[in-house]
Each structure stands twice: as C-alpha cells, then as structure tokens.
Ligand binder design. Structure first.
Ligand SMILES: *Cc1c(COP(=O)(O)O)cnc(C)c1O
Ligand code: SF4
Length: 339
C-alpha cells in the first residue's frame, strides 16, 4: 500500500496547466535539450492537428532522447503526411452512427457523448484526429435532447463521456449534464474515457471529486495510459482520491510501435497501473487512421506480446487485446492461440 494525501488542487491549477501547454516545436526541442537540426522535417505542415503538450507531461519526457517513448506520442513527424493504402480519415465509420450532434450510438446498451472537441494533449496516433468536432460537439443547449434520446432508448443503460476529452470541460458543465442523465431511470452507469488525468493529474480537483462522489450512477473512469513512465506520485494521489469517491478505475492502452511494443514495457505498465489502483482493460490495436501508419504493430507481433504477458502476469493484470472494426456492434477480441 502506498500512503496517499488527498489532493487539494484548485480549478485554477489545472486550467493554467491546460492553457499553458507547449505548442511550439522549437520551444519543445530547447526544453528537451535536443539539437535544433534534429527537429523532424515537415513539422510546419501540421497546423490541422498541432503539437500540444502540457507541462506535467513534458516533465516526464527524458531530455536529450529523440527516441523517448513519451516524446514519440506527441511529436509530429514527416511520415504523417505519407499516403498509405488502408489508412483513412474516418477508420471507424463513426460519421454513419451519429443520430444527433454530439451523440454516437454504435453499441447496443451504451451511448457516447462528445462533450468537447479539444484534448489536453494531441496524440499523434489519435483515431479521431480528422473527426469534424466542430459539427459534432454537444452544446449545453443540446443537453435536453440527450434526455429525450435516452428516454426513447431504454436499452441504453450506460452513458460514456468521450471526446476529444470530456475532462477538459468545466465541473459546472459536467454537473449540469449529470443532473440530466440522472433523471433517466434506465441509465445506471456513467463511464468517462479520458487521458487528462495521465497528462494533468491536477484535473482531479475537489469539485470533480464531489460530483463523482455524489452521483447515483455507478461510475467508471477509464484512463488512457500507454507507458509506465507516464504515471507518477501525483497521478497516484489523484487515482487514490477517485477510488475514495467510489469510482472504478480501468485503463485502455493503444499498442504503439516505438512506445510500448515491448513485453517488458507492457508488463511494467500493468504492474504500475495496479499500483495506482487501476486494472488494465483493453490493449487496442491501432486504428488505421491516416497519418499514424508509423505506429502500427502487426497482429502477429501483438499476439506474441500477449503471450509474454500471460507468462509474467496474473490474469487480472492482462488487458484484452482488441481491434475496432467499422460496423461491428462492439470491439473485436483478437484470438491469441495460446498453447
Ligand atoms: C471501445 C471504447 C468504448 C466502449 O467500448 P466497450 O467495449 O463498452 O468498453 C468507449 N470509448 C472509447 C474511447 C472506446 O475506445
Ligand atoms: S487524448 Fe485521446 S482523443 Fe485526445 S488526442 Fe489523445 S488519443 Fe486523441
């Protein structure tokens, strides 16, 4: 057991961290003590999905290391503009399951709400990097339509807040939305998929803990961490506080070339997550989104990595290896052929 002190962060703390993110590649290179002539070519061409790294994440990147697995997740490279067969703008065909603005109903019992188009960090492998957020974000005026939709679809028992990242919005907006969801008796669970606690753990402030601690909904927060070095004692404190508020914690990772395509790193990630009070949930194969082909790990290699995990970890620390296939009613589990 680790001792935890309850976080006493204020809203201003994370909002300052959020707005103060590094966006300039040259500034990032200076900060990481990397030679400017090693800046990847083609950086200027990424205005549509720019570099964005908040301070607490920046702190965890090792200086002087071009191959740092955390740096690799955030730095735009020339390979992003390659045209590769099979890599498309909307790999999951999400635009077809979009009954109303900001609401995706692609799984039978669950709906996804897109609260914000923004994220605290821009991950280069992101499957939504070309998603037309401006047309598909839920405005406060549309919250009432969400209630109508949920009442007309009693098969939906879980509401998933997704994004962008749902935790870049204010506590007031979250509370407002939760009040509406809670009015629909057929909804039992709230799930929040977010990378914010990994990159700005200070987001788990007193106001958010109060909202999640007081809702009648069973709550699950799914963190998105891909590498054990992303997790530190500040993160542990935030996760400890969430658990005390009765929130279940899971993690979803993406298998990424040059980041976590290594048996030891994946074992260490599971162990480190558990230390923070989190169970590994999914290990995702990369969605074939245009601009991310350099992160791809072939399925055969992914299976070999899973065999490694089965050898070195207890069952409860082994994530499910999955792929999302457009049009399927849920994720597709990859058959491991373990002998
Ligand atoms: C897969 C996924 C979900 C929902 O799928 P489950 O199989 O119910 O866990 C929600 N949000 C994101 C970001 C996902 O990748
Ligand atoms: S936090 Fe998630 S949604 Fe946002 S850029 Fe990263 S992978 Fe994409």
């Amino acid at each position: 057991m680790i001792t935890r002190t309850a976080p006493s962060w204020h809203t201003e703390d994370w909002q300052i961290l959020l707005s103060g993110s590094i966006r300039c590649p040259e500034a990032l290179w200076k900060r990481l003590e990397l030679p400017l002539d090693s800046l990847p070519a083609g950086l200027k061409g990424h205005q549509a999905f720019p570099l964005r790294v908040p301070e607490p994440y920046l702190d965890k990147i090792l200086p002087g290391r071009l191959d740092d697995p955390l740096l690799r997740q955030v730095i735009p490279v020339a390979a992003e503009t390659d045209q590769v067969a099979g890599y498309v703008a909307d790999p999951l065909g999400e635009l077809g399951s979009n009954p109303q603005s900001g609401l995706l109903h692609k799984y039978h019992s669950r709906v996804l709400l897109v609260l914000s188009g923004a994220c605290a960090i821009n991950c280069r492998y992101c499957f939504r990097r070309h998603f037309p957020y401006e047309d598909n974000r839920l405005s406060t005026a549309e919250f009432a339509q969400v209630e109508t939709y949920l009442r007309e679809h009693p098969e939906v028992n879980e509401v998933i807040l997704s994004g962008g990242d749902p935790l870049v919005v204010s506590n007031a907006r979250l509370a407002n939305l939760l009040n509406i969801i809670e009015k629909v008796p057929t909804v039992r669970r709230l799930r929040i998929h977010t990378r914010v606690p990994v990159v700005i753990p200070q987001r788990i402030d007193a106001g958010l803990l109060e909202i999640l601690g007081n809702t009648r909904l069973d709550t699950v927060l799914v963190t998105h961490s891909n590498h054990p070095r992303e997790l530190d004692s500040v993160f542990d404190a935030a996760m400890g506080a969430l658990r005390q508020a009765g929130v279940h914690l899971l993690n979803q990772a993406v298998l990424l070339r040059g980041v976590n395509d290594d048996g030891q790193v994946l074992v260490a990630l599971s162990e480190r997550l558990f230390h923070s009070g989190i169970l590994p949930y999914y290990l995702h194969l990369l969605d074939p989104v245009a601009g991310a082909h350099h992160f791809d790990v072939p399925e055969a290699e992914a299976r070999a990595l899973m065999a490694h995990l089965h050898r070195y970890l207890p069952g409860f620390l082994i994530p499910r290896l999955v792929r999302e296939i457009s049009g399927k009613p849920g994720k597709t589990l990859i058959d491991l052929h373990l002998s």
